[in-house]
Design a protein around this ligand. Structure first.
Ligand code: B4P
Length: 190
C-alpha cells in the first residue's frame, strides 16, 4: 500500500494537490478538514462544536479527529492506500495514526510537505474566502491558523523527519508544476 501524508500550512495547496494525486494513484483521500466541514453542513452535534473552533482558527480536539480517522481506515482497509490531507496536525495525532496503521500491518510511506511563504498563504486564503465564502478565510482567523500551524503542527514534520520520511517540496508556482514535483517524489518510492 502507498500511504502518503500531504503536509503544509493552511493554504499551501494540500486540498488542491490531493485531488490530482488521487486521480493519478487512485488512493483513498482522507481530509480531516473536509470531514469536519461535512459534520458542520449536516449540523451534527460534533459539527456544531467543531464550527466554533474552526472559525477561530484553533485545532479541533485530537480525540474527535482520531475517531474520524479510525472509522475511515476501517472502511477502506482493503484499498490501494491512503492520502492523508491536513492530518496529522499534532504529534499526538501522528502517534495515534502510527498505532492505527500498525493494527493493519501498514505504515506511512512518505510525508510530502508543501513549502509556501506566509504572504502567499494569506493572499491565497483571502482570495478563496472571497470566492467561496468559507467562514475561516478572513484575515484574523487566517493569521491565527498560521500561528497555530507554527506552534502545534510543525513538530509533526520533525516526527517524520526522524524516521527519514519527510520530503519538502516547493509549493510555489503553477498547480501543474507543483504536481510534477510531487509525482517525482512518489515515483521514486516505487
Ligand atoms: P483544512 O481544511 O485542512 O484547510 P487548509 O489547511 O486551509 O487547506 P489547504 O492547505 O488544503 O488549502 P487549499 O489546497 O484549499 O483545515 C481547516 C480547519 O479544520 C483547521 O483550521 C482546523 O480548525 C480544522 N482541522 C482540520 N484538520 C484538523 C486536524 N487534523 N486536527 C485538528 N483540527 C483540524 O488551497 C488554498 C487556496 O489556494 C485555494 O483557494 C486554492 O485554489 C489556492 N491554490 C492552491 N494551489 C495554488 C497555487 N499553486 N497557486 C495559487 N493558488 C493556489
Amino acid at each position: 500500500m502507498l500511504n502518503l501524508i500531504l503536509f503544509g500550512p493552511p493554504g499551501s495547496g494540500k486540498g488542491t494537490q490531493s485531488e490530482k494525486i488521487i486521480q493519478k494513484y487512485k488512493l483513498v483521500h482522507i481530509s480531516t478538514g473536509d470531514l469536519l466541514r461535512e459534520e458542520v453542513a449536516n449540523q451534527t452535534e460534533l459539527g456544531m462544536k467543531a464550527k466554533k473552533i474552526m472559525d477561530s482558527g484553533e485545532l479541533v480536539s485530537d480525540r474527535i479527529v482520531i475517531g474520524m480517522i479510525r472509522k475511515k481506515l476501517e472502511e477502506h482497509r482493503a484499498g490501494p492506500g491512503f492520502i492523508f490531507d491536513g492530518f496529522p496536525r499534532t504529534v499526538a495525532q501522528a502517534r495515534e495514526l502510527r498505532k492505527a496503521l500498525t493494527d493493519y500491518d501498514e505504515e506511512i510511506s512518505v510525508m510530502i510537505s508543501l513549502d509556501v511563504p506566509r504572504e502567499e498563504l494569506v493572499k491565497r486564503l483571502l482570495n478563496r474566502g472571497k470566492e467561496t465564502g468559507r467562514t475561516d478565510d478572513n484575515l484574523e482567523t487566517i493569521n491565527n491558523r498560521i500561528d497555530v500551524y507554527e506552534k502545534q503542527t510543525i513538530p509533526v514534520a520533525h516526527y517524520y523527519d526522524k524516521m527519514r520520511k519527510y520530503v519538502p517540496v516547493d509549493g510555489m508556482g503553477s498547480i501543474d508544476a507543483i504536481f510534477k514535483r510531487i509525482v517525482k517524489v512518489i515515483d521514486q518510492l516505487k
